[in-house]
Design a protein around this ligand. Structure first.
Ligand code: UT7
Length: 348
């Protein structure tokens, strides 16, 4: 990436931070889409030994949305993409479509080309990113890099997942947490000092933690997709601890690279994993609780869709205003993590 400041080969991560007045990605539109069917905590009580009280107190979640039997990731991605392109206006159409997902329509090929074609963008570059819950932040880094480097002028970045297709029907823990959805953002080339510009990006990973969040079967290591190996499995408590630590550290790096103190952040929009994680990270960073945005109550953990869905909701309900200093952060399978600072633009 052109604006690379430092890469630490000991595994500390990657930080980019364009100086003012340079070409950078600028947010032009954002939108979300969730499937029609909503599943309340009380609906889970008939399937599992669980309770609305347990789920709300441990996660902050009241309901999540589930894709219908004929609804795949690309369907949600297209719906969000249509809305985001409309929100961004018809100034110019994307040169690149990036889809962050870990539930592609098929193991092969990638889903992004089909999404691009259905959006009427045939011929553009299109690929998937698989960084699980960090996928959208990783996608932002790639979008910013290709725009800053001059390879693209407009990028459509979508995060979409249909985790309901990989949740173990016997696992009350993951079924309580995850929901399906999609969120999309249009990024255009602009000035790094412009409202809406991406400022700093911090990305990291630790492959020693691969087993914390996994679907073991169906890949080249264990091709069979039988038995328990076909389902998503998460070591919840360990993930919780690593998520708090990495989201906090990564946020600090992105803030430092931007030159912002935590109290200067107007809106903190973290991956909506669990309300307690969001609150803890906010406290660790020193960001006042009323600046920590959350929609986890209504949608649960929507994986790669989580951050763009939260941004779309925050924009729609007036929680994000033009000029706001925004901090995004995520932790997910891999393990992967990342944080982004940006200013919020004046959007339609
Ligand atoms: O998106 C990527 C990042 N993901 C995350 O950051 C998720 C991080 N982890 C979490 O949010 C939490 O670990 C969970 C919400 C997934 C689980 O909450 P927890 O407080 O960590 O529960 P636990 O796994 O430690 O389980 C405690 C108890 C267990 O019972 P025993 O063994 O103590 O009898 C579980 O079986 O809670 C039980 N339990 C439940 N009880 C009622 C687990 N899920 C449920 C449930 N209803 N839905």
């Amino acid at each position: 990436m052109r604006e690379l400041v430092s890469v630490d080969h000991a595994g500390v991560g990657l930080i980019t931070s364009p100086p003012p007045g340079r070409r950078a990605a600028v947010v032009a539109g954002v939108a979300g889409h969730v499937p029609e069917q909503a599943l309340a905590n009380s609906d889970l009580e008939s399937r599992f030994d669980t309770s609305d009280e347990w789920i709300r107190s441990r996660t902050g979640i009241r309901r999540r949305h589930l894709a219908g039997p004929d609804e795949a990731t690309s369907d949600l991605a297209v719906a969000a993409g249509v809305k985001a392109l409309k929100a961004a206006g018809s100034k110019d159409s994307p040169d690149l479509v990036i889809l962050a997902t870990s539930t592609p329509d098929h193991p092969c090929p990638a889903t992004a080309p089909a999404v691009a074609a259905r959006l009427g963008l045939g011929g553009v570059a299109a690929f998937d990113i698989g960084a699980v819950c960090s996928g959208f932040v990783y996608g932002l880094a790639v979008a910013n890099g290709v725009i800053a480097g001059g390879a693209a002028s407009t990028v459509l970045l979508i995060g979409a997942d249909v985790f309901s297709t990989i949740l173990n029907p016997a696992d009350r823990s993951t079924n309580a947490v995850f929901g399906d959805g999609a969120g999309a953002m249009v990024l255009r080339a602009g000035n790094s000092a412009a409202p809406g510009a991406i400022h700093a990006i911090d990305l990291g990973s630790d492959g020693n933690l691969t087993d914390l969040i996994t679907v073991r079967g169906g890949g080249s290591r264990f091709p069979e997709r039988d038995g328990e190996d076909r389902w998503f499995a998460m070591q919840g408590q360990a993930v919780y601890r690593h998520a708090v630590r990495r989201m906090t550290e990564s946020s600090r790096k992105a803030l430092a690279a931007t030159g912002w103190e935590p109290e200067q952040v107007d809106r903190f929009v973290a991956h909506q994993a669990n309300a307690r994680i969001l609150a803890t990270v906010g406290t660790e960073l020193g960001i006042p609780p009323d600046r920590v945005y959350s929609n986890v109550e209504m949608v649960g953990n929507t994986v790669a869709a989580s951050i763009p869905l939260a941004l779309a909701d925050a924009h729609a309900d007036g929680s994000l205003a033009a000029g706001d200093r925004v901090l995004l952060t995520a932790f997910g399978g891999g393990a992967t993590w990342g944080s982004v600072t940006l200013s919020w633009p004046r959007l339609a």
